[in-house]
Design a protein around this ligand. Structure first.
Ligand code: MN3
Length: 199
């Protein structure tokens, strides 16, 4: 049976300031993500989910077992989220990915605006995403814990729009958080790696 583990952040807690504070990362990683790991392990065990990959547990519990799905899918989402960030003000997008963004959205700025609007448009808690769907880049949003893999999409870049992700730094200003994220916090090399692997 799989045992979920809280990964270390790939940077120090103050590395993403001023766009995301150490206080936010401490709460979000050490408390919120830890709770998904603890509860995920408990519910996996109680419900005998014997799959040996996290992705399989997410797909097989979707719409079938809410306690397992919510915690394990949030674990998957947050592992992605920590990895996909870095302190990268106005970071450059590798050219292969940038060309594909221009092809599918018209421009980088149009893609960014669609991403921000998806995050703003997600009523309540959830995520907005840049995904690959049948060889095309798309912007999507998902409620609560949902990861794009349950729709057959490959997540390339996800942003957590649960209030715990931005309330300390931005209060209720979700649009400001999303703009800061997409302009200054994305590890585009990592996004590009995922893109190349899945194209
Ligand atoms: Mn979160």
């Amino acid at each position: 049976m799989i045992n979920l583990e809280l990964p270390d952040l790939p940077y120090s807690k103050d590395a993403l300031a001023p766009y995301m504070s150490a206080e936010t990362l401490e709460l979000h990683h050490d408390k919120h993500h830890m709770a998904y790991v603890t509860n995920g392990n408990k519910f996996i065990k109680e419900n005998n989910f014997n799959e040996d990959s996290i992705e399989d547990i997410v797909k097989n519990s979707y719409n079938k077992n809410a306690p397992v799905f919510n915690n394990v899918s949030q674990h998957l989402n947050h592992m992605h989220f920590w990895e996909i960030m870095k302190h990268n003000p106005n970071g450059k997008i590798p050219s292969e990915l940038e060309n594909k963004i221009n092809e599918d959205f018209g421009s980088v700025e149009s893609m960014k605006e669609a991403f921000i609007n998806a995050g703003i448009g997600q009523f309540g808690s959830g995520w907005c995403w840049l995904v690959l769907n049948n060889g095309k880049l798309e912007i999507t949003k998902t409620p609560n814990a949902e990861n794009p893999i349950v729709h057959g999409h490959t997540p390339l870049l996800g942003c957590d729009v649960w209030e715990h992700s931005y309330y300390v730094d931005y209060k209720n200003r979700r649009p400001d958080y999303l703009r800061a994220f997409i302009d200054n916090l994305v590890n585009w090399e990592k996004v590009s790696e995922q893109f190349s692997k899945n194209m």
